[in-house]
Structure formats: C-alpha cells, structure tokens
Design a protein around this ligand. Sequence first.
Ligand SMILES: Cc1ncc(COP(=O)(O)O)c(C=O)c1O
Length: 464
Amino acid sequence: MVRRGRTAAPGAGGGPGGDRRSPGGAVSSTATLTAVSNHEISVHLLDGESRLDGGLGAVEVTVDDVRWSVVSDPRPQPSARVRAVGSSPVREILALTARPGVISFAGGLPAPELFDADALRAAFDHVLTTRPAQVLQYSTTEGDPDLRAALAARITGSGLPTAPDDLLVTTGSQQGLSLVAAALLDPGDVVLVEQPAYLAAIQCFTLAGARVVPVPGDADGIDPDALDAAVARERPSLLYLVPTFSNPTGRTLPGERRRRVAEIAARHGLWIVEDDPYGELRYRGEPLPPIAAQPAAADRTILLGSLSKIMAPGMRLGWLRSPAGPRRSLVVAKQAADLHTSTVVQAAAATYLAKTGLDDHVARIRAAYAPRRDAMLAALPRVLPEGSVWSDPDGGMFVWVRLPGDVDTGELLHRALEHDVAFVPGYPFYVDSPDRATLRLSFTTYGPAEIEEGLDRLGRALRG
Ligand SMILES: Cc1ncc(COP(=O)(O)O)c(C=O)c1O
C-alpha cells in the first residue's frame, strides 16, 4: 500500500489525521498513522532530507510543506512477546568480553580443565557400541529410565525422597523453566522473583506473557515479610527462587526463611519454582533442606536441577522434580517443546553415573573452586574502593559487589575492558529500578593467581 499526498493530507492507514498551521505560518500537516495488522509503516519524506521509520502501532509525523508518502511494508514481524523480552544483555556482554587476553569474571562458566572428558568419552563409546539402535532412536518424553533412577537415587541420598517417576529429564534446567512457564502460566499472570534475579528466568516468564514482579530481600535472600505483602497485593500464580548460592548474588536463604516461604505459598495457593543448579557446589557449612522438602509446600514446589555445573553444561541435561498434580501438564509442554531430550546424551550420562559416579568428580570441583572463591574474597578488600560491599557465598560461582557512590558499572565495564578485565554489570538482573552500582563476579573459571591478577586490573580500572 502506498499513499501519497501534499501537506494537509488526511491521516493514512486508518488513523485520524488533520491539518494545522505552525506558528511561523508555514503550512504543515500532522498525521497519525496506524499500522494495519502486522505491517510496518515507513514514512518517506520526499524532500529527500528526512525519513522516519515507525514500528508497529501509531506513528505521528509532522511535515512542513513537503510531499510525503506512506509505505506499508508487509514484512512478517516477530511476536510482540519476544519483542518485549529482547536479547539478554548478559549474553551480549559475554560476546564483548570474549577477547584474547581478557580475564573475564563475567561468564558463569565451569572450569573446562575439570571436565571429565575421558570418562564421558568412554560412556558415549559404551552406549554407541553396545546399544546403537536404541540410543540413536527417538525415546520417551519423560526421559531415560536409567538416568531417572540414578538421579532419583542421588536426590534421595541428599535427603529429599524422590522416585524416578517424580522426575522429568529436561534439556538443561533452562528448559525446566520454559516448561513450567508453558504448563503453569497464562498471559497476564504474575510471577514473583527475588531482586536481583536470574536474568534468563525473567526472560522466560516474560516470554510466557507473565508480569514479573520483584520482591525485596537482603543479604539472606528474599524477605518473607515483603513476600507476604507482595502476595497479598499482586495475587501471583508463581514464585521463582534460587535459594541456594543464587545467581547473581551467591546468597543462600536460611532454613527459617525457607519454612516461611513454604508457609506463605501454601496459605495463598501459589506455585514455587525452586531452581537449584548450584546446591552441590558447597565450600563451607552444612547443606540446607530444599524448599521442596518443606511439608507445607511439598505439593506445590517444582524443583529444578542440572548436570551443567557438576558434569558439563554442553551435555544440556537437567531435571524437574514435580509433585503429582502438574506432572502431566509438564510432560505435555515438553512433548510440544522437543519431544524428548537427546537419547544418546541421556544414555551416556546414565552410564557415566553407573560406572564412574559423580561423587568424586563433585569433590574435585569443590576442592578446586573453594580456593578460587577464597582468592577472590581475599583480594576484594585490596582492590575495591572504601565503602564497597560484597556477598560472602558459602558455595556456587558468584560474588555480588556494590560499589560506593554514584557509579555506573555499565560504564565501568568499558574502562575495565581497556585494562583487559571483565565482569557483568548488575543492572540486567533487576526487573525494575536497577542499582547501577552493582556487579557480578564469577570465581570459577580461573585459578587463584589469575583471579588476583584480574582483580588487580579491576582495581586499576576503578582508580583510573
Ligand atoms: C539459576 C540458574 N538457573 C538455570 C540455569 C540454566 O542452567 P542449565 O540450563 O545449563 O542447566 C542457570 C545457568 O547458569 C542458572 O544460573
């Protein structure tokens, strides 16, 4: 569709339009242009000097005595939901920081030298040699029975009785989030999250059309009183938490708060999604029972787990432990998402768990990461300015820092990159009102000496 006109032309595309005289007396026209269906509106000002491209919706243009045309270009558009989410700034920042020579505390990457590549290769060899017709075939949505049995035994061993049928194998715990969103949320539903929160979960719930509402917390995680108030005010469907060694803050929700969270969810009738990819990476103190183990919330808590941080993220293996109620809906969501997680990868992981086991490997990872965390925590007082505060995580991969004063860590990152060091600014982890003086540091990717060198560089960037 092309419409042409001179000044005083009517509005195009169905929207109202009209004339007006500018104060200087020149003839001008204001037209409000409304996109028809999925068409994008472009306004080409024919004086050759200006051009304005509008997106979907209404575009108002004012032109002074020039001829204009409106072109409605029938290009297909992405969904409004995906446009609302946008790309993850963290992944964009990671691309920026992946430059040779940069010591990057930005990515939440497991240390690659710790991957048990030999035993994993042997496991793949074994299943491809002994059962090729089976492991290269389609398989059930719920997951490999041997893998589910091994995972259930592992979860039971950690103190949460679990049967293989309680588990759905997922393509990473990230898929667990998508399945929960697809199975349990309707557009417009409210999801409560801690503030700051894991960014890809915020994206996932937003993509499902939910309204994500942050709940304040402190150094111990979400504040139960604030949660109670938010539940009464917002009538949410779901609460999403990373209660153990959270991403991005490294914080852990104490036992008493877990009990109160469970009680609030039970009283108000909402789902809890407990995301726990880091729980096994504990360097200090005793494990805490998950929220899923709280009797009050046992029928409403979906626990997400992952092999990414304790085996290898490239396997893309996670699981979802669900109470009986929503289990069928979650399986239906998974059927629609990908039919099932890779048969051969599941079979290899099950073989690895049966032949090699994860206990020694996890012990090796913990023994490697604990001194890295210590090196970071020991160096921070030396490199950060007076008045900085940071988390003191008992486990996981992250330290969360707040710098004093009116600093914008988004700008600081550019200075840091000039000194060949990187981190993730904190603002993307906020649903609203970001604290721009915050940043996340991951301590797992490098040994202590490189961590110290990287933090010295950060100190120089902060001073310069
Ligand atoms: C809190 C949290 N949940 C889920 C994931 C996704 O992990 P994966 O899909 O690799 O299991 C991550 C990854 O970093 C995470 O930090």
